[in-house]
Design a protein around this ligand. Structure first.
Ligand code: PLP
Length: 450
């Protein structure tokens, strides 16, 4: 990220004229909060290209789109069924709406030590237990490119008369090539967000909110977006959303086809290097996988993903998107060339031969802890008096913080939840292995209820 890869995927005329695009609401430039001209036209073109009825440009990432969609679908006290592998903006959206989550757990893959996706059966079970829930919100794809069977889920959710919301932050490119997983708007989802900046040639913070449903109150959605977005939206970001749409609409299929060819070659070459294997559809059973998301399991080199990331950066001048215990993750986009893949492959080859460790990483796998019980409702959390305690002494206390190993940004603790000994141990282990945990202070302190 960002998907334009230092401008390589963007037209040079655009990059050279950025200063000319940094304007404000003057005659002819339209107004994001009341679009009637160029912005209206650009959003309509985007809706057509992305298969939506309505598209809204977002200048504060998918984050503000997720806030707006939850605030539109849910009011105070409403319950929303949410996959626990959600981004922290989903928790934030529920805090803003005054809604309460009913969590469902995604499946887990022990080989890659990652959560995969939620199943239709699990959603059905939770829907039956919570007939009053307003809807279901799933993250699809996840950070590792794994996709739940959304068409079946959409059918199920609609047969219960509920709304299906999709955090498709990592899937803005899906619609433009048939070999990629089907996108939310083509699968029956009511509303979804896409971070254009993650996988398309668009600037950081630029994102789309798409709607295709009579169940979404468009006026309420517009009002919420207006509340959440700045009154000085960047015309550079909005232009980049329009340009990314134009590139994908005109040439996306061809460019993605070329990219998938590069991924194929990379996969073949990687299989010739001992120590690595790539996540792909054949390993995921019923789930789908975005092949442009390279999830490279490094466990058989004896290194953690964190260590492999550091080595790639320090020794081979290659920055990956993220790492976790067992894997490194790279986002390949239409802006990548064969050279990007070759450099990564070279670095991985050298690491396998020069830095391989004796011990097998499989000895130190740690599983994610169970979802903790909730003591304080999300809507009340901001009013509770807080104090800081060291994480090691926080067992049994109520967290007021969202504690998220980042990336992938999946909360281990959400505000209002009781901190278990397992959660403390999990967070401590992630930190000890070089992972980054957001929500803790510099010395490892956590904000808890007094
Ligand atoms: C799954 C998921 N959803 C939402 C977001 C928020 O997206 P943005 O950075 O565009 O606000 C992220 C960011 O990493 C994410 O990974």
């Amino acid at each position: 990220m960002p998907g334009h890869k230092l401008g390589k995927g963007m037209p040079s005329e655009f990059l050279e004229s950025l200063h000319l695009l940094d304007v404000t609401e003057i005659p002819g430039t339209d107004n994001l909060h009341f679009p009637q001209g160029a912005i209206k036209e650009a959003q309509e073109l985007a809706a057509k290209a992305f298969g939506a009825e309505y598209t809204f440009f977002l200048v504060n990432g998918s984050t503000c789109g997720i806030h707006a969609m939850i605030m539109t679908a849910c009011g105070p006290g409403d319950r929303l069924i949410v996959a626990r592998d959600c981004h922290k903006s989903v928790i934030g959206g529920m805090m803003l709406a005054g809604a309460e989550p009913v969590y469902i757990c995604p499946e887990f893959d022990g080989r890659f030590n990652i959560s995969t996706a939620v199943t239709e059966d699990e959603i059905e079970r939770v829907l039956k237990e919570n007939p009053d829930a307003k809807g279901v919100l799933i993250t699809r794809p996840n950070y590792h490119g794994v996709c739940a069977d959304i068409q079946r889920i959409a059918h199920l959710v609609h047969s219960c008369g509920k709304i299906l919301m999709v955090d498709e932050a990592h899937g803005a490119h899906f619609r433009f090539n048939k070999k990629l997983p089907v996108c939310a708007m083509d699968s029956g989802a009511d509303i979804c967000v896409q971070s254009a900046h993650k996988t398309l040639p668009a600037f950081t913070q630029s994102a789309y909110l798409h709607v295709k449903s009579s169940k979404i109150d468009i006026d309420r959605l517009k009002m919420n977006l207006s509340l959440l977005q700045t009154t000085s939206p960047s015309y550079i970001l909005m232009s980049s959303l329009d340009i990314a749409r134009a590139i994908m609409e005109n040439a996306g299929d061809k460019l993605l086809e070329k990219l998938l060819g590069l991924v194929d070659c990379f996969e073949k070459s990687l299989s010739g290097i001992e120590g690595y294997f790539l996540l792909n559809k054949s390993l995921l059973g019923a789930f789908h996988h975005d092949r442009t998301r390279l999830v490279i399991n490094v466990a058989n080199t004896g290194l953690t993903g964190f260590e492999a990331e550091k080595l790639l950066r320090r020794e081979f001048n290659t920055q990956v998107e993220m790492s976790d215990l067992c894997n490194i993750v790279c986002i390949a986009t239409i802006a990548d060339s064969a050279e990007s893949f070759d450099r990564l492959l070279y670095g991985l080859g050298e690491i396998a031969s020069k830095f391989k460790q004796q011990s097998k990483l499989t000895d130190i796998y740690i599983g994610e802890p169970d979802i903790p019980p909730r003591k304080i409702e999300l809507k009340d959390v901001s009013y509770i008096k807080a104090e800081l305690v060291m994480l090691e002494r926080a067992t049994g206390r109520v967290s007021l913080q969202m504690v998220t190993p980042y990336p992938p940004g999946i909360p281990v603790l959400c505000p209002g939840e009781v901190i278990s000994g397992d959660a403390v141990e999990y967070i401590r282990s992630i930190r000890a292995m070089g992972g980054n945990v957001l929500g803790l202070g510099e010395k490892g302190e956590i904000q808890v209820a007094v």
